[in-house]
Design a protein around this ligand. Structure first.
Ligand code: ZN
Length: 186
């Protein structure tokens, strides 16, 4: 596994790559296993919950999502895992169905570290994609954190950045100087 450099929205050369409409991946492809492993390592190193291939400089339709385990603190101070961590790999994903309503949530991007803004997202999405073997799959009504990360990553594959989705730019804030970890980034 190797860490890859994450491209930045605020770098002109990087932004050109990030604004590219990514091309589909022909599967199976023997190079993909290593790339996916590298992307997970890079995402975890940056404390992210998702990463799209263009963010590591490859303009192909591939993104990953990593939802951390849900930990609950008991009254006696011990921590209990109430939901395990989940990992997803999406090749050539397409959002085929969306909820009627939207929700505003604060969102960040690994390509603009430390910055957060309020982005409108559907409360759930159904996504069709291929797994690494090329098999067609469908994930129905993905909601919560998973739902919004999928929307953020599929945007990346279409060259759309979260900063372009913010309706009220006054919600965009720089949390780099804050000591508490802010919201999640993808
Ligand atoms: Zn992002």
């Amino acid at each position: 596994m190797a860490l890859r450099r994450v491209l930045r929205i605020d770098d002109e050369g990087d932004k050109k790559v990030l604004k590219t409409h990514c091309r589909p991946v022909k599967l199976p492809d023997r190079a993909m296993k290593q790339l996916v492993a590298d992307m997970f390592a890079t995402m975890h190193a940056a404390n992210g919950v998702g990463l799209a291939a263009p963010q590591v400089g490859l303009t192909i339709q591939l993104c990953i999502v990593g939802i951390p385990a849900e930990i609950e603190e008991q009254e006696d101070g011990t921590q209990v895992e109430v939901a395990p961590a989940e990992e997803y790999v999406f090749f050539n994903p397409k959002i085929v169905k969306v909820s009627g309503e939207e929700v505003l949530r604060e969102e960040g991007c690994l390509s603009l570290p430390g910055w957060y803004g309020e982005v409108p997202r559907y409360t759930w999405v159904t996504v069709e994609f291929q797994d690494i073997t090329g098999k067609a799959r469908r994930l129905r009504k993905a909601d919560g954190l998973l739902g919004w990360v999928i929307q953020h990553e599929v945007d990346h594959l279409n060259g759309i950045l979260f900063t372009e989705r913010i309706r009220d730019l006054s919600t965009l804030r720089d949390a780099n100087a804050e000591t508490e970890p802010a919201n999640v980034s993808a």
